[in-house]
Design a protein around this ligand. Structure first.
Ligand code: IFM
Length: 400
């Protein structure tokens, strides 16, 4: 097996603004968190809003060459049509900092959180959704000079469930569902994305793609959560196809015509004649309740390549929620072996971005730690874990 990745292969780590920045007061998620008694609110998060330079420097000094971060719509446009020049300058400084440190910025335009006013106005299914989102995207494109990778919407297939939380925004009630990213003890079956949510997100992605193409020189795509679904028995193959289409492939298919597709993979889940089978509890499960399956990345890369008809792939997320960093290294070693075998087989993979750069706010939960860097949430001191220098070493050598 060749372990030499393609020239210019990006080695990096990812974050999302709401999960690391802190005090994202104008976002819908800020509202949901305050209303869910069992949620740990994001609060100051890990204060990456002020400490992004230190965070990026740690990644660059370790040897990584890319950083995926997001722009927070609720900050850039805190009121409808009112754009904050100070926040725009902030994100421009982040791009400049990444570039000056030798990190390719991979910029996400929407990662689960939306402005509170947008959701109150009717949100993603409302009449104004596409106009509002595209106005924001147009404004952001004005300051993306030097950015070569833009992700429009993160995990539309997960976000389609989070959209259900919006039903409570104009009430005092708690949102009607918990986050889809952390599985409870008793197992868990994600609801199906509704056709309306799916179509609206595809429409939004295509509209954003056109704007990014027209106004920037960046490659544009979206990032899909790959569930690495499998039939628990050959008799369930046709049900597997249906589940895959609605939960994943419809979003991958909509990426045809994009410049790349973001692959995000963590674990696998079985399908029987009743649909998804809840993951059984096991001491081996990760801290988000999913089975330990480092092979999920290879499965996801191959499936994505097939469904998109050979679109270049950027692994925009892969990692493990664990308190044991040696386990993170073991998981990632195996995941990368699968990635490199796929490259050997001719699949065009452009980079690997680990989730996550930092331990962060896992959508209502703080216990599942995914980071290459630990953060003391009272002092905000950063402590790189051994996995950071390990991954940086791979990036420097360009081989496992
Ligand atoms: O933390 C999330 C991220 O926001 C989207 N992809 C999965 C991650 C881990 O659950």
């Amino acid at each position: 097996m060749t372990t030499e990745p393609t020239t210019g292969f990006l080695w990096g780590a990812s974050t999302a603004p709401h999960q690391v920045e802190g005090n994202n007061l104008n976002s819908d998620w800020w509202v949901y968190e305050q209303r869910m008694p069992h949620f740990g609110p994001s609060g100051d998060a890990v204060d990456s809003y002020h400490r992004y330079e230190e965070d990026m420097r740690l990644l660059a000094e370790a040897g990584l060459t890319a950083y995926r971060f997001g722009i927070e719509w609720a900050r850039v446009e805190p009121l409808p049509g009112a754009f904050s020049l100070a926040e725009i300058a902030h994100y421009r400084r982040m791009i400049d900092t990444a570039l000056s440190l030798g990190l390719a910025p991979v910029v996400t335009l929407h990662h689960f959180s939306s402005p509170r006013w947008f959701i109150e106005e009717g949100g993603w299914l409302g009449d104004t959704a596409i106009d509002r989102f595209t106005a924001y995207v147009e404004r952001v494109c004005d300051f993306l000079d030097g950015v070569e990778w833009v992700c429009t919407i993160n995990e539309p297939n997960m976000f389609a469930f989070m959209m259900l939380m919006a039903a409570s925004i104009n009430t005092d009630a708690a949102p009607p569902m918990d986050t889809p990213t952390v599985q409870p003890e008793n197992g868990f079956v994600l609801p199906l994305p509704t056709p309306e949510a799916t179509q609206r997100l595809i429409e939004a992605h295509h509209a954003a793609r056109a704007i990014v193409r027209e106004r920037t020189g960046a490659a544009v795509g979206w990032t899909v959560a790959n569930l690495a679904l499998y039939a628990t028995d050959p008799a369930f193959e046709s049900r597997l196809k249906e589940e895959r289409w609605t939960r994943e492939d419809v979003f991958l298919d909509a990426a045809r015509g994009d410049d790349f597709i973001g692959v995000q993979a963590y674990s696998t889940q079985g399908v029987d004649d009743g649909g998804l089978v809840p993951n059984p509890p096991s001491p081996d499960n990760t801290l988000v309740g999913t089975p330990y399956r480092p092979d999920a990345l290879g499965i996801a890369i191959r499936h994505t390549w097939d469904v998109t008809g050979g679109l270049p792939i950027l692994v925009t997320e892969n990692g493990i929620a664990t308190a044991d960093d040696a386990r993170r290294i073991a998981y990632t070693t195996e995941a990368l072996t699968h990635l490199l075998t796929a490259v050997d087989d001719g699949i065009d993979v452009r980079g690997y971005l680990h989730w996550s750069a930092l331990d962060n706010f896992e959508w209502g939960h703080w216990e599942p730690t995914f980071g290459l860097i630990a953060v003391d949430r009272t002092t905000f001191a950063r402590t790189p874990k051994p996995s950071l220098s390990w991954l940086g070493g791979i990036a420097r050598r360009g081989r496992l």
